[in-house]
Structure formats: C-alpha cells, structure tokens
Design a protein around this ligand. Structure first.
Ligand code: 4AD
Ligand code: MG
Length: 465
C-alpha cells in the first residue's frame, strides 16, 4: 500500500503506474455507469479522487452503495489530469471493502459545527478541521524540540505526580490512594496524610519549573515538554484542566535573555508551520480565521512590543479616559484580565507584546524582586486573539530574599528546602518561561476554543474518554 501523501509528492513519476491505497470514504457519487469515490488516508491533508467504471469494476454496485466513513482498499492506475482541479486521479481496477459504515455515520456532507463535533470526540479527528489542527499541532511540537535541541538545550522529563505546589496557587488535583469516604484521621480529626501512598499529600503537577531549575543548575540550558494540570474553576475558551507546557530554564540568563529566547522560539515555530503545513493553513485561513495567514507572516517578520506593567496600566487608564469600556476596573496592582491583555496586544500595539515587571503581590513566590521592592522580574507574552500565551520570569537567586518571601507568604518552608538549596550551592542568575502549548496551537490555527485543539479536552465538568 502507498500513502496518499506519496502519490501527491511523486505524481509525475507515478503517472501511468498501478498503485494500491487504503483509506476512508469522504463521499461517493454514483452517475450510473461511472462514479467517484473521494478517499482520505490521513497521510496528508489532500483527498484522493478514485474513478470507477461499471464496465471494468466487477463489484461496482457494492462500492457505489457504501456509506460515508467506510474503509476501502483501492488498486488502480494513476492518471495525470493536468486540466482538472486535482492534479491526478486513480482509475480503479479493483476495490475491496475493508470495513463498512452505516447511513447514520455522524459526519455528512454538511459542515459540522465545532460544538457538535465535541459531542463526537471519537469521530471528529476525521474532519478537515481536525486533520488540519492536529497535523499543525504535531509539526509545532517537533519544531519546538528542534529549536531547543539545535541550541544545545537538554530535554528533561519532570514528574507528573508531585508533592510541591510549583505556582503556590493551590490549584492542584489531589492524587491519593486513601479511601476518601472514610479517611484515616489524626488525633485532632484532620485527614492523616502520613497514611497515604507517599506518606504525605501528593498532587498532579501544575508546572515542571522547580524540577527544571534543579537541572538548569547542572546543564545550564534545559527544557521540559509535558502535561500539566490545573484545577482552576475557570470555564473559558482558553483554560483546560489538562494542558501541555513547554518550560525552558536557562542558567546565567536574565529577563532580557528570557524574552529574546521566547520571541525567537515563537518565530521559529511559526516559520516552520508556514513552511510545512501550507494546505492546512490555507483551509484554516478560508474557513476558520480569514486573517490567519496574514497575521502569521506579520508576526514572523516583526519585532514584538515591550512594555512594563506600570506603563501598560497607564495605557489602559488612558483608554478608559478616551471612553473604552472594560468590564474590570483598571488600577495599578490588578491582575490583567483577558480584556486588558487583548486591548494592549490588539488595539494598542497591534502585535505580540511582552509585559514585564508586574507587582509582586499578583505573581509567584519565586520571581526575582526588583530594586523598587514592589515589582518582580516577570514577563508575560500576549498575542492578538488570545491574550497570555507565555508566562515567565527571572528567578530569585538570592537566598535571603527568597526565604523572606516564602516567610511573608506563609508558605511551608520545609516543602521548598531543596529549592532554597540551589541558592546555597553556587547560585546564579537564571530565568525561564512556560509556553502553553494549546494556546500556541490556537494561535497557529485561528481556532478560538481550547477544546478544539486538544484531542480529548478536560475542562470543568467535562472529561470524555
Ligand atoms: O503563567 P503560568 O502559570 O506559568 C508557570 O506555570 C511558570 N511555572 C512557567 C515558567 O516560568 N516555567 O503558565 C504558563 C502558561 C500560560 O502563559 C498559559 O499559556 C498556559 O501556561 N496555561 C494554560 N493553558 C491552558 N489552560 C490552563 N488552565 C492554563 N494555565 C496556564
Ligand atoms: Mg501566567
């Protein structure tokens, strides 16, 4: 069997030759004495047109009566068709039904809505939309590995089960073998976690950063690429309970280096997808987001904007003065909401924007305190259409400052003993960031709901399969 992708790649050489392909029926048209079968095998975005002739195909009627979704094996001659829309077709010599389908196959000719497709998660990978999105997702993942590997970064797999809260935000899914209907109790009536599997409470990780920092202090430059979990009760189009994150961590690096790396990485991924997925991008540009291609080309060739949080607040306050309405009031100290982020990156700057130096009070404990004693060396990268796609920072490398911060926040010092140790043994300036992979895929495809860039999304109240 030949992959349909191979036929498209080598059609000129294969003209006149006999080939065998296998795939799923997208549609069948029966014109009585001849008919067309449109087949896709997933190897490329393109469909294959098979022509069958009643005179030469013994089981013509059997094939003509197949339903959409059936799987077929086709042997035939590849005929170049320079005048037609598709560059070639297959003149069928024999067709075998591998697996039938039924008339109630959920994907019919009519374009299905993303909402409907979410109710058939097992079938939706067969649509053009998903064929495009998930090919791009795969190409983007490899591009990220290529980017870091070519710069000598070491790929580290950080644990999925963890006993520390990397973000200190308390949004973790508990992992336990205790019988929670009847848990063991301590003398004062609390759950006795010492009886649990690990002898203490454990959770699914929210970020591999703290583990990556351990390795950065040995390898210099490392990155993670793995699943992360957040029990955030936010039912939005950009939050999932299970998502993938890429977290580079670099020793001897400051916030400036961090931003340079993030910008170079995003541009590399965009350029790779532009180069490797033209068919997918063209379809998405036509049917999903009409500005997609223009935006990707624009981003790949322009410098990202940079603004401090304090200046960003001034820009937003000015917008309010000029009559722009935000749902959440703007004031120094607030956490930027999606509407604020999108105003900055879409209306004000019109390109991806780095916002730096956020108030310490709204950011994680590990971020490096700035000279002003009020802000930390944090950076978020905001992109049009989505808002925050990357969150990063320079890390607090000074032991005394870090310990003071942990104390101030009333965090359990013992839990972060290892983390503080890195500051005891050869501490150095270091920085890193986390790229939300699904948010990147949304950005690359123009798909506006995170549920449609995850194979099987997990969100509040939803986990199919
Ligand atoms: O900004 P966050 O919380 O940063 C961290 O976790 C750091 N430890 C990263 C680091 O410096 N190594 O998350 C990073 C990114 C966000 O910018 C966003 O793109 C994505 O992860 N993200 C989510 N994506 C989907 N669903 C969610 N619930 C997400 N929460 C964060
Ligand atoms: Mg963030």
């Amino acid at each position: 069997r030949t992959h349909i992708a191979q036929l498209f790649a080598n059609s000129q050489e294969l003209g006149g030759q006999t080939v065998t392909v296998a795939g799923w029926v997208r549609s069948i048209r029966n014109m009585k004495n001849f008919g067309f079968v449109i087949l896709n095998d997933g190897s490329c975005f393109n469909d294959l047109q098979v022509v069958m002739n009643r005179e030469t195909l013994a089981n013509y009627d059997e094939i003509a009566s197949q339903n959409t979704g059936a799987s077929l094996k086709v042997t035939g001659t590849l005929k170049l068709t320079p005048e037609a829309k598709q560059p070639f077709e297959i003149a069928a010599e024999s067709i075998e039904v591998l697996g039938k389908s039924t008339p109630d196959y959920p994907l019919q000719k009519k374009r299905a809505t993303p909402e409907f497709l979410r109710t058939i998660q097992h079938i939706r990978p067969r649509t053009n939309l998903f064929r495009a999105v998930f090919r791009i997702r795969s190409v983007a993942a490899m591009a990220i590995h290529e980017f870091f590997q070519s710069r000598g970064f070491v790929y580290v797999n950080t644990p999925i089960i963890t006993t520390s809260d990397a973000e200190g935000a308390g949004e973790m899914f508990r992992v336990t073998t205790l019988d929670m209907a009847n848990p063991p109790l301590t003398e004062d009536g609390a759950i006795d976690w010492s009886k649990d599997f690990f002898g203490k409470p454990a959770s699914l990780t929210v970020s591999g950063q703290l583990n990556a920092e351990n390795f950065a202090m040995a390898f210099g430059d490392v990155y993670t690429f793995g699943p992360t979990f957040r029990a955030e009760d936010s039912n939005t189009k950009r939050h999932a309970a299970e998502f993938w994150m890429i977290e580079p961590e670099m020793a001897f690096a400051d916030l400036e280096d961090d931003m340079e790396m993030a910008e170079a990485m995003l541009k590399y991924v965009i350029n790779t997808v532009l180069e490797k997925c033209p068919d997918e991008l063209n379809m998405l540009n036509r049917f999903v987001d009409k500005g997609l291609l223009e935006r990707l080309h624009h981003v790949a060739s322009s410098d990202f904007a940079r603004v401090t949080y304090t200046d960003a607040i001034k820009i937003l306050e000015k917008a309010v003065e000029d009559g722009h309405k935000f749902e959440y009031p703007v004031k120094w100290g607030i956490d930027l909401q999606t509407e604020h982020e999108r105003y900055l990156t879409e209306q004000h700057f019109g390109r991806p924007t780095f916002v730096t130096d956020y108030p310490a009070g709204i950011k994680a404990f590990y971020m490096r305190m700035n000279e002003d004693g009020k802000t930390v060396a944090a950076v978020d990268c905001l992109v049009p259409g989505i808002g925050e796609i990357i969150g990063g920072s320079q890390r607090e490398e000074r032991l005394d400052v870090l310990e003071e911060r942990i104390d101030q926040l009333g965090m359990d010092k013992d839990q972060y003993r290892y983390y503080c140790d890195l500051r005891r043994y050869g501490t150095v300036e270091h920085a890193g960031f986390g790229l939300g992979f699904e948010r990147l895929v949304m950005y690359l495809t123009g798909v506006d709901n995170i549920r449609d860039v995850l194979p099987h999304p997990r969100t509040v109240g939803h986990a199919e399969f």
